[in-house]
Every structure is written in C-alpha cells, then in structure tokens.
Design a binder for this molecule. Structure first.
Ligand code: AKG
Length: 282
C-alpha cells in the first residue's frame, strides 16, 4: 500500500470508529462502474421485496457475486479488505452480496443496523457493511441515510437495533432520527462503509429514476452469515473464484477448527474427488 493510500485508510478507520461510517470516493474504476451498471440495467426481471425491509419497490438480487467476475472483484476490493483486516478477525466472511435498486415511490426502510441478528449487547464488533453507489446518491433518490455516532450508542439510545416499522409509530424515536440522521450524498462509483452497529436505512425515493447500489457485507469468522453461500453457490463455481473469495465464502477455518468438514479443511471439498471421511465407511 503506498503512503497516501495508507494515510487515507488510517483516516477511514478513524472515521468509522468515531462516527460509524466513512465515504470512499472513486472506489470503483470507471470500467467496474460501467460493467456493473450495464449488468444491472439490462436484467429485465424484477425481484421486488416482500416486506418493508426488503422494500416493495426495491429490487434485490442476492448472491450477486455469482453473476459476474466484476462483482467478485468488488467484493475483494483492496480498500475494503484492508478495512476488514482492521476491524474483523482473521478469516472473516462475506455475509451478503446483493444489488439494491430503489425504484421511484419507495418509502424509507425501517432504521436498523446490519449486525442486529447477533444477540450480543452493544457495543459489539461483528460486522462491516458497504453500500456502493452505481448512480449518484442524493437525499431525494433513496441515498442511504445514516445516524453519525450511533455505533457508539448504548442499547437504550439505539432503542433496539431493528424496529420493524415501529420507528414510524414512535414519535420520539422518529423525531430523534430525523434530527440526527444524514443522507449520504455521493457520486456514482463511491462507497459508504459503516460499522455493523451503525443505524442506517435505505432512504425514500421521490425522484424519477432508480437508485442502483451494491451492498457487500462482512462478518466475523465465528458469526453465522446472512446468506447461506454453501447452498447458494455450486462448488464448480466456487472452484473458479479467487482464493480470497473462497475464504470469504467460508472455505476457510476459524482457528483452531471452526468450519472443518469431517475433520478436514473445507478448501479440500473443492477437489472434485473429495469424499468426506464420514462417507468413506459406508
Ligand atoms: O439501500 C440502502 O441504501 C441501504 C440498504 C440497507 O441498509 C439494507 O438493506 O440492509
């Protein structure tokens, strides 16, 4: 890493610690940005969400990294890996890889933090999330809204980490969030990185266009992942991926033996001839 990049990374780490998030401009190369936009712009299939969290006017594509090498390159982007190396333990995992395209007329998501699934009291350090803009993000088109400093809030201040629509009916909480949150306004190709316990949401889209984004999220090597990639991604496809991606998908061990397969390292399962020892005796 050159000195300037290292300094930028130090600043990013400090911002995440202090305010819960940082913005990395020019995160995607122009080739990555145009390729990702092209792939998401021509799908012709709509996967609208099924609840107010996924969003009834929001298109989500899960296991996105299976769709094209460009999405894999973005998952293992060096700046994000450097942040994961800082915040998470060795052999951290990819917990979800998705496209989030917020269509016009979408209402805001419920306030939440991405590590809300883990029943560990605050402050906790289980996950790191990214939202990568494929269109310019604004306060009007559904740009991510974050609550600066909420990563350092107590349980009481956070008022619960996932409030399924409750925030809208709790005037005190809604007012506090309105006062304290900001909309992330950033150009296409930029990325907001936030701590797993930072309160945030996808914003309301009152604009005329779709707000397209990618979201890759990472978690500690001992935490259960949101997406079950072992079942989603066939091993033939995993075999073609980089060693880093394989590790991120769980073909790795959290020392000394969490993630083992019948006593073997899970990477061995990518060998087409691998037979778990448990089957060998039958
Ligand atoms: O789309 C966004 O800006 C944020 C989405 C989000 O926070 C989520 O779905 O967990």
């Amino acid at each position: 890493m050159n000195k300037q990049v290292a300094n930028d990374m130090d600043a990013a780490v400090a911002e995440i610690r202090l305010q819960g998030f940082t913005i990395i401009e020019n995160f995607l190369s122009s080739d990555q940005l145009s390729r990702a936009r092209e792939l998401l712009g021509h799908r012709g299939v709509e996967f609208k969400g099924r609840n107010n969290f996924e969003g009834s006017k929001t298109e989500r594509i899960y296991a996105l990294l299976t769709q094209d090498k460009v999405f894999q390159d973005i998952v293992e982007h060096p700046q994000i890996m450097a942040l994961c190396d800082t915040f998470l333990e060795l052999n951290y995992l990819l917990t979800t890889s998705q496209a989030i395209c917020i269509h016009p007329g979408e209402s805001p998501q419920p306030w939440h933090c991405d590590d809300a699934f883990y029943s560990i009291p605050r402050p906790r350090n289980v996950a790191l999330s990214t939202v990568i803009a494929l269109d310019d993000f604004s306060a009007k088109n559904g740009g991510t809204e974050v609550v600066p400093g909420s990563n350092n809030w107590t349980e009481l201040q956070a008022g619960g980490d996932y409030r399924d629509g409750e925030a809208e009916t709790d005037p005190e909480f809604a007012e506090r969030m309105a006062d304290q949150s900001i909309a992330v306004e950033m150009p296409a190709g930029a990325c907001v990185v936030f701590a797993g316990n930072t309160l945030h949401r996808g914003g309301r889209n009152t604009d005329s266009g779709i707000r397209r984004a990618l979201s890759n999220q990472y978690c500690q090597p001992w935490a259960r992942t949101i997406e079950n990639f072992y079942l989603t991604i066939p091993r033939e496809q995993v075999r073609e991926m980089s060693p880093k991606i394989q590790s991120l998908l769980g073909y790795s061990v959290h020392s000394p033996f969490m993630g083992q397969v019948s006593g073997s390292h899970p990477i061995k399962t990518l060998d087409p001839d691998f037979v778990p020892s448990v089957y060998r005796n039958h």
